[in-house]
Design a binder for this molecule. Structure first.
Ligand code: HEM
Length: 415
């Protein structure tokens, strides 16, 4: 490899995108009460989900944009499962501005053409093999800094970092630049309320990735950037904007969502100690605990779509061109599908799928990796932190957010 590439920090290096979480994603402790009230009033409501919930409107969307928000389980499934009627160009705005032309913005036939290539890197058997080689070393590194101490904040010292470091190692980026990359990766999603920092992050990541792809194409290694740089569609390399946009999306999506999902899983278990105890005694319960955490308080409450033609949904006429905010977080707590939906209950026997990873052609590409990561993280915590419990002298964890959910700390004691 040639001279070291330089990643540029924000012009104002003190800018901290993690502090914009509440501004960007809302600070609701319990948005589900309002969501349930709306769902009981009707499966569809006119208006943008953000403003219906009392947040700022998405400033990247056209000023005259028309919206419907979808709250009912069956209607959420219908929209996500019908890409011919409900397309993804809704993401030309918002993350389409910061990630660029990522697969999230594409409809068929473009979407399956490119998704096929990216998906190969995250097939179940591929990511299962990363468990020991990639995931466990990151977990061990992080845990070694606090496991002898008897207490920790599992969010600030652990969950916030581990998924980002896993994808970072998979891309084989310089360890000393990880902090800057993490900030830039996260800042891309502040674009809908803070265009300046969102686009600055996008530009700086883009400039870097363009040079990195050229370098790895010339001197490939066995990392993910090299294999994507050499991947071909119809005998040609991937178009530069598609590949760079995917890499921008990857450093964000892979780091941010799994951090949130793992933090919610730990919150659910630590605030229901009998369920934590059951898992301690029977590790085969881990997969169902992960699915329940994702259903109960999945990190991503809403997906965006766009009516490509006039449509009828839940008995309501939707004119072509309407933005559709698909409230997956509402469907996941629809009492007609999940009895006692607000309870975290790992022993639930669900009769219906949850939409935490969405559904249909855009279903999360990283879902298998996320499950491997969450399984290994919980296992490492159970093995390394005996007698784990909430710290009674510190505030209990509070999962917050209206668009994306996470607790900002989980204070625990162990040993
Ligand atoms: C618990 C963790 C995760 C959650 C809850 C989650 C959630 C989601 C959701 C809801 C979507 C679909 C959005 C839509 O339909 O518009 C999505 C798509 C996507 N996710 Fe994830 N994700 C997680 C982890 C990951 C990881 C680890 C990666 C990276 C490997 C990843 C990469 C992606 C990509 C590239 C897409 C776009 C897929 C497409 O449009 O075809 N995600 N994710």
């Amino acid at each position: 490899m040639g001279a070291k590439l330089n990643i540029e920090d924000f012009d104002d290096p003190s800018f901290d995108p993690f502090l914009e979480d509440a501004l960007m994603f809302g600070d609701h402790l319990d948005p589900y009460a309002k969501i349930a009230e709306m769902r009981r009033q009707g499966s569809l409501h006119k208006g943008e989900y953000r403003t219906l919930m009392g947040l700022y409107a998405d400033i990247t969307k056209p000023a005259d944009a028309q919206y419907y928000s979808v709250f009912g389980y069956d209607e959420v499934a219908q929209v996500l499962g019908d890409p011919a009627t409900y397309g993804n160009h809704a993401y030309d705005y918002n993350i389409g501005i910061s990630f660029g032309q990522s697969i999230s913005t594409m409809d068929a036939p473009e979407h399956p053409r490119f998704r096929r290539i990216f998906q190969k890197a995250f097939l179940p058997q591929t990511v299962a093999a990363w468990g020991e080689t990639l995931v466990d070393p990151v977990l061990r590194d992080l845990m070694s800094s606090f496991e002898g101490r008897g207490e920790a904040d599992l969010v600030q010292e652990f969950t916030l970092h581990y998924p980002f470091h896993i994808i970072y190692r998979q891309l084989a980026l310089p360890p000393e630049d990880a902090k800057i990359f993490h900030k830039l990766a996260i800042a891309q999603t502040v674009v809908s309320v803070d265009i300046e920092h969102g686009t600055e992050a996008s530009r700086k990541l883009g400039d870097y990735f363009i040079k990195l792809v050229a370098e790895r194409r010339a001197n490939p290694g066995d990392d993910l950037v090299s294999s994507l740089a050499l991947a071909e569609v119809d005998g040609e390399y991937l178009p530069e904007n598609v590949l760079i946009s995917f890499l921008r999306q990857l450093v964000n999506a892979a780091g941010d969502t799994t951090y949130r999902g793992t933090s919610v899983l730990l919150t659910g278990l630590l605030t229901n100690p009998e369920q934590l105890e059951a898992i301690r005694n029977d590790r085969s319960l881990i997969p169902q605990a992960i699915e329940e955490a994702l259903r109960w308080d999945g990190p991503v409450l809403m997906q965006s779509r766009y009516a490509r033609a006039d449509a009828v949904l839940g008995g309501v006429n939707i004119p072509a061109g309407t933005f559709i905010d698909v409230v997956a977080g509402s469907a996941n707590r629809d009492e007609s599908k999940f009895p006692d939906p607000d309870a975290f209950n790992i022993f639930r026997k669900p009769q219906h799928r949850h939409f935490a990873f969405s559904f249909g052609p855009h279903v999360c590409i990283g879902q298998h990796l996320a499950r491997v990561e969450m399984t290994r993280a919980l296992t490492a915590i159970l093995d390394g932190l005996p007698n784990l419990r909430l710290d009674p002298d510190k505030p209990a964890p509070q999962v917050r957010g209206t668009m994306m959910r996470v607790p900002h700390s989980i204070h625990v004691k162990f040993g």
